[in-house]
Design a binder for this molecule. Structure first.
Ligand code: SF4
Length: 183
């Protein structure tokens, strides 16, 4: 088997395992007005012209973390692939969930995008209270389980992903590496 075929097979295997063990949960609060912490850059630009917003937290559950931990002890290559697949799977399931939330929704703007401060997770946790779906925040603003995300979804403004108005565009580490913080 070629190297690329081996990698494809490993990805398929990891995705199959994830489908069997992931415990996806999503919780949100809808509001027609933005809370105070979303009234400055980069959120204000993202929300410009919106008629409302969802503030959301989503997770794959602790099971995915446990598998990553297990593979990191037994199969380092698989641990890396499994970790990446879990991140992509969480994005996919979240997109699917949001398709059912309503029409005219913009892309999900997660905390950390566009130079936003991960300390803002505290505000989101205060509003959404994702502990009810098993997601907690450490004192270092790290979400547990690790395969969790928090962000906002604007309604009605057709916001598109862009680096154009990002406050850290001039010194962005992603751009220096030829990458983006979003897909
Ligand atoms: S990739 Fe673009 S949007 Fe993301 S932090 Fe860098 S400049 Fe900002």
């Amino acid at each position: 088997m070629q190297k690329s075929e081996q990698t494809d097979a490993l990805i398929a295997q990891c995705l199959d395992e994830l489908k069997g063990i992931a415990h996806f949960r999503y919780t949100y609060k809808y509001s027609e007005t933005a809370p105070e912490f979303l009234k400055s850059a980069p959120y204000a630009e993202y929300l410009k012209g919106s008629s409302g917003l969802f503030i959301a937290v989503m997770t794959l559950g602790a099971e995915a973390d446990a598998k990553i931990k297990l593979y990191s002890r037994t199969d380092a290559a698989k641990a890396i692939v499994f970790d990446a697949c879990a991140s992509a799977y969480l994005e996919y399931l979240s997109d699917e969930y949001e398709n059912g939330l309503g029409d005219n929704l913009s892309y999900r703007f997660c905390v950390g995008y566009g130079g936003s401060d991960i300390a803002d997770l505290r505000y989101i946790f205060d509003i959404v209270k994702p502990e009810k779906i098993g997601v907690t925040l450490t004192s270092a603003n790290y979400m547990l389980p690790s395969k969790s995300m928090a962000g906002i979804v604007a309604v009605g403004n057709g916001a598109e992903k862009s680096c154009k108005n990002c406050v850290i565009a001039t010194h962005c580490e992603y751009l220096k590496r030829g990458e983006k913080c979003y897909r």
